[in-house]
Design a protein around this ligand. Structure first.
Ligand code: CA
Length: 227
């Protein structure tokens, strides 16, 4: 199956080389050179994934990302950002992006991120809102709230929470979580899972020391408890 990718990038050289690279990987690629053209194509044609540069003429990537979500499209969006400040990343994710790559990036890394996003359960057909006690996870809007207040998660924390929510009540081993959430980083250690679970608990649990949402299953892994 040839997934269709929309690449929105104003730098001609990057648009051309990345477009060619994606085609060599077997993707069907459509290009847009500014934010308006990107938004028009994204809302008019079906895509499996959108690569969206943030610094774009006419309309910037954040606006385009937000408007694509407002238009009701759940197509995965990978942001290309030249900025590394956390606030920019958080803003992008809050506006509905699924992941981001900071320029300059290695094309292998970008391809791996794409594959990870495309491999996930299709958002269009899957459940998009999970009510987990006082926590509400909206995978379409890419938001998490606790009693209505926004909770800011990193991209990876969000992916991890989503993976847990998609398997609510199921005990998941660290290896399985690693494979699905970090799949492309083969040298990542299972300890990474523990670190991210711990930070999720800090943000989500009433008492992070006595977690009632994300529980540890001794000797196996973790489970998102049905509330
Ligand atoms: Ca740009």
């Amino acid at each position: 199956m040839n997934e269709h990718i929309l690449l929105v990038e104003d730098e001609k050289a990057l648009r051309t080389t990345l477009g060619d690279r994606l085609r060599r990987e077997g993707y069907v690629v459509d290009l847009a050179a500014d934010g308006q053209e990107g938004f028009d194509k994204a809302t008019r044609l079906p895509f499996d994934l959108i690569i969206l540069d943030v610094m774009l003429p006419v309309r910037n990537g954040f606006d385009v990302c937000r408007d694509i979500r407002i238009a009701g499209l759940a197509t995965p969006i990978l942001l290309l950002t030249a900025r590394s400040e956390t606030v920019e990343k958080v803003l992008g994710l809050k506006l509905g992006a699924d992941d981001y790559v900071t320029k300059p990036f290695d094309s292998m890394e970008l391809l791996a991120r794409l594959e990870a996003l495309l491999r996930r359960t299709p958002l269009r057909t899957g459940q998009t809102v999970y009510q987990l006690g006082s926590i509400c996870l909206d995978t379409r809007r890419t938001t998490v709230t606790k009693q209505g207040d926004p909770i800011y998660l990193s991209a990876r924390e969000f992916q991890l929470l989503r993976y847990l929510a998609e398997h609510i009540g199921v005990t998941l081993s660290r290896d399985r979580i690693l494979r699905h959430v970090w799949g492309y980083e083969s040298d990542t250690f299972t300890r990474t899972v523990d670190v991210h679970i711990s930070s999720l608990r800090q943000k989500l649990e009433d008492d992070p020391k006595k977690p009632e949402l994300i529980v540890t299953v001794p000797g196996v892994g973790y489970k998102l408890q049905e509330q």
